[in-house]
Design a protein around this ligand. Structure first.
Ligand code: ACO
Length: 430
């Protein structure tokens, strides 16, 4: 027998169906609440609201667990390529050899942009933030595939949009970088895999090939995998919400990029490095910054700490931290920012303010230091996050399209404004 929850409002009792999960939070179905009771729920930030049923990613923030399609993140990060991970997230299963080869070859075939798109980049100032260009270019891609922009595209059409996006996002990101430093765009190479090709388009020049180094490819691959999906976060919920109006996949992903940009979400990795640089330039006195972050009258926060869902060490941060050590040891480089980061983490983990609020390092705390070691400038960090998160966004958009439950996203509100008043002519206004 299916379980129900009871809700008593003004002495009247209502039975609400309960939706069982395979693991994790059980839902109380309030989809008929308003029609049955004339009440709505209020949940700012949606911290207690499930917006859909999903079978892509499971996470337990209290225990620090994260699984893609049931597979623990540590295993995926250690054993899979980024393309394999994308296939797993999007199609629900690990690919066979043949499926993986087809998927990878499709990326090679579609890597280059329509030549006309170069003009779009040229119109931007060199100082323009790469996230502004990325969201615009992804939306602009929709102009090149008018035949795919149907409210109800077929599976093959969705597959084609998936390939175009997954492949071209690398090229667009590399072009935003080349534009910012005034260098010519570099075309993808057919003989390079996904991550190596991105590095090649970023760092090769017409006169000098960038030397692909395995430890660098490996570190970047791991970072992209760790960012692959994180269930109903701000940007993914945006992609689903925009897509729920039957907006096309390119438009929905472009909106996701904008949502990711904010410093409380994907923009945090850039802010972490800026914060560490400031600490370094002012003599690495971390105490002052910790005290500021604890002051309730100061909006200052330690970037890279805290998470809406993780109330334990973010499992991705643990993996990234070990990658950080590996990369620095293999490349034989030393970055004083890493020393400050470790010092800051140790101090924060011992501090009662952070302990009481369960604020641990999140995925963004160490990722920026790795990007920096690879030679990627700070304003490109959120762009790298977007490349990693793209398979997750696509998987959610596709899941939403395939679901029979999806309605256009349209929350209600508890109105707190004036009830009704007269319009005052301008000459009588005070
Ligand atoms: N530094 C100092 N205090 C913090 C921090 C922080 N980084 N994060 C949260 N707090 C405090 C808040 O001030 C609040 O204190 P209070 O209870 O005394 O008012 C308490 O901890 C709870 O914070 P909320 O803002 O309610 O937590 P929420 O779940 O809404 O926010 C968020 C989560 C946005 C990630 C927050 O922890 C934060 O701003 N962190 C810094 C930015 C960051 O690293 N973002 C990346 C997140 S990971 C990602 O998106 C991939």
């Amino acid at each position: 027998m299916s379980k129900t929850a009871t809700l008593t409002v003004n002495g009247k009792v209502y039975e609400l169906p309960m939706i069982e999960s395979t693991i994790g939070d059980t839902g109380i179905d309030i989809s008929k609440l308003r029609s049955q009771t004339s009440f709505i729920t209020l949940d700012p930030g949606f911290a207690n609201t499930g917006s859909c049923r999903s079978s892509i990613t499971y996470l337990d923030g209290e225990k620090g667990v994260l699984r893609y399609r049931g597979i623990p993140i540590k295993e995926v990060a250690e054993k899979a390529t980024f393309v394999e991970t994308a296939y797993l997230l999007i199609y629900g299963e690990l690919p066979t050899k043949e499926q993986l080869s087809d998927f990878s070859h499709a990326f090679s075939r579609h890597a280059n942009l329509h030549e006309d798109m170069k003009n779009f980049f040229l119109g931007y100032p060199n100082t323009g933030h790469p996230m502004a260009m990325l969201s615009a270019m992804i939306c602009a891609l929709s102009a090149y595939y008018p035949e795919l922009l149907k409210p109800e595209p077929s599976d093959q059409e969705i597959d084609l949009m998936t390939i175009q996006l997954m492949s071209k996002i690398r090229t667009i990101c590399a072009c935003t970088y080349k534009k910012s430093i005034g260098e010519p765009f570099i075309y993808a190479r057919e003989d390079y895999d996904y991550v190596a090709n991105f590095l090649h388009m970023m760092f090769s020049t017409p006169t000098k090939e960038y030397k692909i180094q395995k430890p660098v490819v490996n570190a970047l691959r791991t970072l992209l995998i760790l960012h692959g999906d994180h269930e109903q976060n701000c940007s993914t919920s945006t992609v689903r919400l925009v897509g729920s109006s039957w907006a096309n996949l390119f438009a929905s992903i472009s909106a996701g990029v904008c949502a990711l940009w904010g410093p409380l979400h994907g923009g945090a990795n850039q802010k972490v490095v800026e914060m560490l640089e400031e600490m370094h330039s002012t003599g690495a006195d971390i105490t002052k910054y910790i005290e500021r972050a604890k002051d309730s009258n100061d909006p200052y926060r330690l970037m890279g700490f805290g998470h809406r869902v993780y109330k334990n060490y973010d499992p991705r941060a643990r993996i990234i931290k070990s990658k950080c050590d590996d990369l620095f040891n293999t490349l034989g480089v030393h970055d004083p920012l890493l020393d400050i980061a470790v010092k800051l983490e140790n101090a924060v983990l011992k501090d009662d303010y952070f302990k009481e609020r369960k604020l641990y390092p999140n995925v963004d705390f160490y990722s920026g230091i790795i990007y920096k070691a690879i030679g990627i400038p700070a304003n490109m960090f959120p762009v790298l996050f977007a490349i990693g998160r793209l398979p997750g966004w696509i998987a959610h958009w596709r899941e939403m399209k395939a679901s029979k439950e999806t309605r256009i996203g349209r929350p209600r509100q508890v109105y707190t404004g004036e009830i009704e008043r007269d319009f005052v002519p301008i000459e009588k206004r005070k």
